[in-house]
Design a binder for this molecule. Sequence first.
Ligand SMILES: [Zn+2]
Length: 395
Amino acid sequence: MEIQIRRGDTLWSISNTFNVPLPLIIHSNPTANPNTLSIGQTIQIPGYRITTYTIKSGDSFYKIATKERISVDSLMLVNPGMVPTALQIGQQIRIPRRVTTTIIDPRQNYDSGILASDLEALATLYPFMRQRTIGNSVMGKDLIELQIGNGERIVHWNGAFHANEWITTPVIMEFVNSYLLALTNNETIRGRAMLPFYDQVTLSVVPMVDPDGVDLVLNGPPEGNFGEEALAINGGSPDFSGWKANIRGVDLNNQFPAKWEVEAERKPKSPAPRDFPGYAPLTEPESIAMAELAGELSFDKMLAFHTQGEVIFWGFENLEPPRSRTIVNEFSRVSGYEPIRYVDSFAGYKDWFIQDFREPGFTVELGQGINPLPIGQFDEIYQKTLGIFLASMYM
Ligand SMILES: [Zn+2]
C-alpha cells in the first residue's frame, strides 16, 4: 500500500500510525532518505491493502476507524484532501486494511510459474523483502534468491535441488510468507518474537534451484528440443515422477567439487533422470549459480531441503565445525528428525559447502514415503520443518 507524505510526517510517525515496525517501513522504502522526506512523496507501507467503503448515514472517520481497528490518522493518510467533517452519504473512501493471513496457497502442484507469481505478490505486499536473479536455468528461467532481514549472520536455505522433491519449495514459501506476516504484525511464531531475527539474521533463500526439472515433473515435457531430449533420456516414458535431474539429465546435487570423482566413477556416465554428475563438476548453470552465491555471501549456515526420510545429514569428511553437532541436535529436538553425520554420497552442495567454507551445512530430508511426496503430506511436513526453520535462525 502507498501513502503520500504530508507536512510534519516522519517514517517514525508513519510507523506509529499503522503500527508497523519502523525498520520494515525504512527497508520498504530503500530510496527514501528518512531525514529529508518531501511533501507528497510516496511511501510504501508493508502488510496493508486498500479497500473502498461507501459512506452511510451517521458515519464519521472516528466511527469507521474504531470499527476497522485502525487509527483515524491512517484514514486521513489514505484519503488525502478529504474533509472528515464533510462526509457525504454515498461517498467512496479508502480504507487501509491490515493483512492478517498468509496469501499464498502452498497445497498445490507448485511449479515455477506459481512460484514466480507468489514472489511477485509477496514483494508487492512486503516490499522489505528483497529479490534478485542469481542466474538462469538451462531453459532460461530466472533462478531467484530472496533475502529478508538485515543481520550480520547470513542463513541460507534452498529447495528443489532435485526436481521430484519439489514439495520442498512450497514448504519453504509457506514459512517465508508466515515470517513476513509475523514481522509486519509484530506477532510470534511458536511463542518466539520474530523481529529480533530480522535485526540479527539476513535470511537468504533460493526456493527452487531446478525450475526446469520441477516443471518437467509436474507438467510433462516442454515443447521443442529440451522436451524431446528429456523424453529420450527418460527412455521414452511420459512418466517423469522419478526425475531428479535438471532438464538435460544432470543431477545438480552431484555436481560439486567435493569428491566428485568418486561419484563420477560409480554413477551413470551419460545424462539420466537421476544421479548423472555431469561430465565435469559445475557444468550446469543452476549449480554454478549456487556455487557463486555461496562464494558471494559466505553463509554462516546452510540448509539444503530435500525429500525424503526424516533425517538430517550434517558432516563431510570431518571438516564440519564443532558447532554443527550442537545445531543438528537442536534441529533433531524440534523436528524429531534423525541426525546422520556421514553417508556414502558425495559431491552434494552440503558436502562442498562444508569442505570449502568450514561452516555448518545440512541436507534436511523432509517427509516419509516415495518421491515425489504427495502434497497431502504438506501440513505434517510443514509442522516438523517449522522448528528447523526457526532453529536455523536462533542457533
Ligand atoms: Zn534430494
